[in-house]
Design a protein around this ligand. Structure first.
Ligand SMILES: Cc1ncc(COP(=O)(O)O)c(C=O)c1O
Length: 421
């Protein structure tokens, strides 16, 4: 479906004869999005309610998941996933060193120990065998990351984790699962497909992000999706997840507004991270034109690929015979790993009005993780990629001309300073 034209601008405001500035990832907001939000504002019900329920239903249907719950962020979705499994102190959870802090911080938030795995040589994700090597009898879950929108092989990992004799479940949900759980940090991968399976239905639990820079946004927001293990009704998982994200309260705010229906209980000391309808309306409006947005994102990726072909600069691969990503990040890789040279490329591009970025600083490089005892030397492959990566603007407000300028700027600055005349 063709939506309204964008209301937001793909430019940072450059005017006159100076070249148009190219921002990294502005939101693509259309009149229809604004109307959807205003409708909720006028409706008399602005927190979690019917619009969110509709969005949850459409998300589950589109991804093939057994259910979906909107929450305040991918971070709270991931944390809720671990709580749903019963993960806590004394347990270990494995994740990748090459990700945003959220994937690992939630492990500490539930009181478990973080185990970080290096990426494959030259790649952005760990190999399944390296993840398995980090699993111990204390491991209850693996938080896999669909970096840049390319799906990790969650199903291959789940199959390899099945039948390990040293496994003990963290709680009843995991007992029904019968193995170490696979929790997908799918902050980037809404809409991605692997062997016909869609992100949201490939891991046991999946967390999407609707942060302002994501492919579909609610400003801030996220969703938890689940595949119900045999013997656990999907509605029980929904009820449990809702309880964990709504103060453990047995009745939500909308149900309490029914005349005479004030009574409630607090079943446990839950958290509070639901998503209000005023934000869900923005996400639902965007989600209903997501096919169109995805096509444009892939067209941008294909154009970058063509412009960079033969230059010595490679990139994260977004399509293959059995997969298609959500085209969330264009991660260009310079031929050699040199943090100072890479930073100079990004600064050079900035002088051309182009906002480039780095995804990610490996977690052991960050102060909080160093304090926990993690060491960059233990993740040499992640460190190598870190010194080569330049994330290019990738969004639906880019014109073809913008893409050509970005690619040309990258190639020029990657070649180094022009020799003195
Ligand atoms: C890989 C990854 N995981 C998780 C998150 C957290 O998402 P949110 O801001 O919705 O909590 C991000 C955010 O950028 C991310 O990039």
């Amino acid at each position: 479906m063709q939506g309204d034209p964008p209301v937001t601008s793909g430019s940072d405001g450059a005017t006159g004869t100076s070249p148009r500035a190219v921002p990294f990832s502005p939101p693509d907001i259309r009149e229809e999005d604004i109307r959807a939000v205003v409708d909720v504002l006028r409706s008399g019900w602005i927190t979690s309610g019917p619009v969110g329920r509709t969005f949850e239903g459409e998300l589950a249907a589109a991804t093939g998941a057994d259910g979906a719950l909107l929450v305040s962020s991918a971070t709270t979705a991931l944390e809720t996933a671990l709580r749903l499994l019963g993960v806590g102190p004394g347990d270990e959870v494995v994740t990748t060193a090459y990700t945003y802090s959220a994937s690992a911080a939630v492990i500490a938030h539930v009181g478990a120990d973080i185990r970080l795995v290096d990426t494959a040589p030259g790649g952005f994700a760990p190999r399944v065998e390296d993840v398995l090597a980090a699993v111990t009898p204390r491991t209850k879950a693996v938080v896999t990351v669909d970096l840049g929108g390319v799906l990790f092989d969650h199903e291959a990992l789940a199959a390899a984790l099945a039948g390990r004799p040293d496994f003990t479940p963290a709680g009843p949900v995991q007992e029904a699962l019968g193995r170490v759980a696979v929790v997908a940090d799918a902050a980037h991968s809404l809409g991605a497909v692997l062997r016909g399976g869609r992100s949201g239905s490939l891991a046991d639990l999946t967390a999407f992000s609707f942060h302002a820079v994501k492919n579909v946004t609610t400003g801030e927001g996220g969703a938890l999706l689940w595949r119900a293990p045999d013997g656990v009704p999907a509605d029980d998982l929904r009820a449990r997840a809702r309880l964990l994200t709504m103060h453990g309260q047995t009745k939500d705010a909308l149900a309490k507004t029914r005349l005479g229906s004030w009574e409630y209980d607090i079943a446990e000391l839950g958290h509070k991270c639901n998503l209000p309808d005023v934000l869900a309306a923005l996400g639902l409006s965007q989600f209903r034109r997501y096919e169109e947005l995805l096509e444009r994102r892939h067209a941008v990726v294909a154009r970058y690929d063509r412009r960079l072909d033969g230059t010595g600069i490679t990139s994260l691969v977004h399509t293959g015979p059995d997969f298609r990503s959500s085209a969330h990040l264009y991660l260009a890789l310079l031929p050699s790993s040199d943090v100072a040279a890479r930073n100079a490329v990004i600064e050079g591009m900035a002088t051309d009005g182009i906002a480039a970025n780095v995804h990610y600083k490996p977690l052991p490089l960050l102060s909080a993780y160093r304090t926990l005892g993690f060491d960059p030397q233990d993740v040499p492959n992640a460190m190598d990629v870190y010194g080569r990566v330049v994330s290019l603007p990738l969004h639906t407000l880019l014109t073809d001309d913008d893409v050509d300028r970005v690619a040309a700027s990258l190639v020029r600055h990657a070649a180094g300073p022009a020799p003195a005349a």
